[in-house]
Design a protein around this ligand. Sequence first.
Ligand SMILES: [Zn+2]
Length: 404
Amino acid sequence: MTDTLAASTRIAPELVELRRRLHRIPELGLHLPDTQAVVLEALSGIDVEVSTGESLSSVVAVLRGRAPVAGERPVVLLRGDMDALPVTEEVDVDYVSQRPGLMHACGHDLHVAGLVGAARILDELRDELVGDVVLMFQPGEEGPGGAEPMIAEGLLEAAGRRVDAAYAVHVYAADHPCGVWFGRPGTLMAAADEVHVVVRGSGGHGAAPERTKDPVPVACEIVLAYQTAVTRQFSVWDPVVLTVGKVAAGTKDNIIPDVAHVEATLRTFSKEHRAKAHEVVAQVADHVAQAHGLTAEVTISRGYPVTVNDVDEFAFARGVVTDLFGSQRWADMVNPEAGSEDMSFVLDEVPGCYLNISACVHADPAVADDNHSARAAFDDSVVPDVAAALAEMALRRSRQLAGR
Ligand SMILES: [Zn+2]
């Protein structure tokens, strides 16, 4: 057994208890004072340099290794997100959420406990740690996004040198049998943006459309032109999903309105197609409107970027997991997911890897309720494994970076 696994086994009961304590007190968004207090308390016995966020209730802890380093000290970042969801829990456990309407339905309570566990393991193995580890406890993953403000507040320089590599793990309530790790190199998750089009014409009587500039047929034409643009302008091997979920105009059958609204979600799987899709949605709306003598104003609210696993970092992280737990506990993901994740902001800045592990409580993962469901249940026996894997990644990667 590796040192990290032996250490995680020893602290397993405390990590599970910590997870259950967090599970009872879910909080939403960027401000998680109760969760932050629990994290600070859990770290209080460890020699780490702690700083808390200014614009959000994040916690950044720097743990410094004691192994001698010849050159520059490597810096590895480990991340755990802390926020919950607006869901009323229906899971029958004695540590059920004490806050109606709020639930850790995406398992971020396991992430926090796993990251605290990694800190405790690294503290114990500090003499073997070459360089420094930045522990990133992040609010707001489920929105509006905590990673970006943490980066703005200096996250990547927290150790005094820029982070060299970054890792994160997410738990899943379904998909695979409990304890199976899964991931893929390259694109892992989509970028998700919102498109809002306002078609401006000038309204009037429904009986005399020639005396108006009717935005309704123009909005309809834009919706159809979008679908054509997706299939004609983008390679099928780098997919683009553009779904118009809302069209709104008018008040009554015989009144032509002044404006019509079109709202769409745009999912892309590469930086290139994301940038191109932003141009295309604006151009198509503008030109269709112009063709009829109207105007279209396009606003894009940028969501999270594409989440990309660096190919080498993925191979490294997968190697750590299969060394620790055996290749029977690994599954390759064939396709990326169309969801999105704000660890993407960190992975845009530094190479790294984001892996998943199943914490499914059912013998048959196909019938289990998925993350975000009121019935999503997570087996916290995986928390010590998450802790061991993160600690092992930090130990090994910093040794590699230091050239040993
Ligand atoms: Zn999540």
